[in-house]
Write a protein that binds this ligand. Structure first.
Ligand code: PHE
Length: 338
């Protein structure tokens, strides 16, 4: 077979070689393009030809080589485009499946606001366990042994032998903090508390409180008032009015309850404030010397104030929610309004 015949044979093979897959492409390359291929071997044979024939044969060979490469490259490109299938298999005109986006719980929103106000004036966040012993929840807080709050009627005991109970207030965190830290102490303790109460629109068996405690030398009732004034103005606006009413807690002396002018009727009287013009938002007082002593702090040297507020009550007032139970039902129709 002459060189020309061999070239024609290869040309014919190239023409008939179908390139459908990447595999075909590779076989094609091995057969016609790589150095050791049948086609490329033909170039070696050029040297055996007479000079005048060599020129023409070289031209034909180069032409064939170019055609082979062209075929290879065009198919390579088509195949690489095909490997990604851009055709849509879904019906994009169908309505989408909606997923419900979560939102922050109203109690968390309120908690975060209060935390922000107090941390900006130097209060530090502390936490305590929700299962407490009698000492931290009652005794260290100066509750008399026969105090009604210790009663099973009010407290969820979980172990009578060790007097373990679900904490009834965040004041237990006062004790834990004073036992482990030296004054000056400035803490804020948000948390969940439990009371054995019949569930109704105004009460639940658990709810949330934020406790505040400030212990240092020469802390006075004026400091307590000024701190709470500051908080209330930041929280409810400059126009809000504040009043203190004498009250009683075993762990503070003197004790007070703090009211703010009704945020709804601005003090004129409405159903929310039961026509008094005032809303009760927290209990507070000067830390009782017995409590300081119980925690190893010298009441002759140090004094301090404490306050505790319920979050559900405030959120109800702020958002005009009339049933406290809605905070705990996790109904998204309620939750997404905040
Ligand atoms: N622990 C009290 C309550 O649950 C609130 C309170 C805290 C009062 C701190 C005075 C000082 O009602």
């Amino acid at each position: 077979m002459s060189l020309e015949e061999k070239i024609n044979k290869i040309k014919e093979e190239v023409k008939n070689f179908s390139l459908i897959s990447n595999d075909d492409l590779e076989k094609f390359r091995m057969k016609f393009i790589v150095k050791k291929s049948e086609m490329m071997e033909l170039f070696n044979q050029l040297k055996d030809l007479a000079i005048e024939e060599r020129k023409e044969a070289g031209r034909i060979l180069n032409e064939a080589k170019k055609a082979i490469e062209d075929k290879y490259l065009t198919h390579q490109e088509t195949l690489s485009n095909q490997s990604v299938d851009y055709t849509l298999k879904e019906d994009i005109t169908l309505p989408p499946f909606y997923t419900n986006k979560g939102s922050r719980h109203p109690i968390s929103i309120l908690k975060n606001k209060i935390v922000e106000i107090f941390t900006s004036i130097g209060f530090i966040i502390e936490e305590g366990p929700e299962i407490e012993d009698d000492w931290h929840n009652f005794s260290a807080l100066n509750f008399a042994l026969n105090h009604p709050a210790r009663d099973m009627q009010d407290t969820f005991f979980i172990n009578m032998e060790d007097q373990l109970a679900l904490r009834t207030h965040t004041s237990s965190v006062q004790i834990r903090t004073m036992q482990t830290q030296k004054p000056p102490i400035r803490i804020l303790a948000p948390g969940r508390v439990y009371r054995n109460e019949a569930v109704s629109a105004r009460a639940n068996c658990f709810f949330h409180q934020i406790e505040g405690l400030y212990i240092d030398e020469n802390v006075s009732f004026a400091d307590l008032k000024q701190t709470l004034f500051y908080f209330v103005k930041k929280m409810y606006g400059e126009a809000v009015e504040v009043r203190f009413r004498p009250s009683y807690f075993p762990f503070t002396e003197p004790s007070a309850e703090m009211d703010i002018s009704c945020t709804i009727c601005k003090g004129k009287g409405c159903t929310i404030c039961k026509h008094t013009g005032w809303l009760e938002i927290l209990g507070c007082g000067m830390v009782h010397p017995n409590v300081l002593k119980n925690c190893g702090i010298d009441p002759e040297k140090y004094s301090g104030f404490a306050f505790g507020m319920g979050l559900e009550r405030q959120s109800m007032l702020l958002n005009e929610v009339n049933d406290l139970r809605t905070f705990f039902e996790n109904d998204t129709r309620f939750l997404k309004q905040f």
